[in-house]
Design a protein around this ligand. Structure first.
Ligand SMILES: [Zn+2]
Length: 311
């Protein structure tokens, strides 16, 4: 009887998935644009063991160990050849494994190429869960972008090693630590610390483009992001080099500045809402330091409101 039930379940599941048609048109358009527009990455050397690949998706960290290479993030499947060409300019050593900072396509879609080659992938357990389903991105501060659905990853593209709150990997002369500080940019972010090199890849938990995007559709939290920046600050000293998810190499003080700015925005929003202020009045009470436009600032305020009700 159990066998019959099992057969029934397995025969129903594929049908169920097919009937849940997702619209990938926006995703597909973006992938096509990436293929057209991204022909090379800038290679930024940090030291003899560390490089950053910039352009066409999130910043990729390249750590070169004695015998092999560790990548942090891998941009898009469609431009795997561009990534490999850039990597070959740095080293001939093979990729031993890849760490995903989170599940967003511009950081992890390379899994769809590298996973098939048998290169092991490491990520937070919730990032893997998100990759196993079609995921609607944006919302929150980018609520003007609707119906952007990232397709699920097939089995060969999924992380094979996951963790809950902290993972440590010994790699040659290096101790690599992965931290998850709870809900922040998503619910599956990894901050990746290379202790001996004193370099940290933050993924999109820390960025340099202005108001950091928080994926409220997929477990993100603005309050959580502020807390994460506080935890990140404690991992840094004055010499730590911080590789953001997007933007230029940074220092501890950049993290502290972003944390303080967002904290101010968060607190003034909560107080303003309690006092019955309008969104525009709240916005006027907050000094503009992130060079965002007014729409993004207002969307941030609305996102904080949404989140505080959710909690
Ligand atoms: Zn992201």
């Amino acid at each position: 009887m159990k066998k019959i039930i099992a057969l029934f379940v397995f025969s129903v599941v594929p049908f169920f998935c097919v009937s849940q048609d997702s619209d990938f048109s926006k995703y597909n358009t973006q992938i096509r644009d990436v293929k057209k527009e991204v022909t090379y990455f800038e290679i930024e050397k940090i030291n003899n063991q560390f490089y950053m690949l910039v352009g066409g998706g999130g910043n990729v960290g390249v750590f070169i160990s004695d015998q092999n290479v560790v990548l942090i993030d891998n941009k898009y499947e469609i431009i795997e050849d561009v990534l490999m060409t850039s990597l070959k300019k740095i080293t001939d050593k093979p990729i031993e494994y890849i760490i995903n900072t989170h599940f967003h396509h511009d950081h992890s879609d390379g899994n769809r190429a590298f996973g098939k080659k048998g290169i092991p992938i490491i990520a937070h357990q919730n990032a893997k869960k998100r990759m196993m389903e079609d995921a609607e991105l944006y919302g929150g501060i980018y609520s003007t972008i609707k119906d952007f659905v990232q397709p699920k990853y097939d089995k060969s593209s999924l992380p094979v090693f996951t963790y809950e709150s902290k993972m440590t990997i010994s790699q040659g002369n290096e101790e690599i630590e992965l931290y998850n500080f709870g809900n922040a940019h998503t619910d599956g972010d990894s901050v990746v610390v290379f202790k001996n090199n004193n370099i940290i890849h933050t993924g999109d938990a820390f960025v340099r483009y202005g108001y950091p995007y928080v994926d409220l559709n997929n477990g993100g939290s603005i309050k959580g992001l502020i807390d994460l920046l506080g935890a990140l600050e404690l991992l840094c000293d004055a010499n730590t080099i911080i590789m953001p998810g997007h933007g230029s190499l940074s220092k501890k003080e950049d993290v502290v500045n972003l944390k303080n700015t967002l904290n101010d925005l968060y607190n003034k929003t909560i107080i303003g809402l309690k006092n019955g202020l309008s969104y525009n009045e709240i916005s006027d009470s907050i000094e503009e330091t992130l060079n965002g436009d007014e729409i993004v600032k207002l969307n941030y305020i609305k996102s904080i409101e949404l989140e505080s009700f959710r909690d």
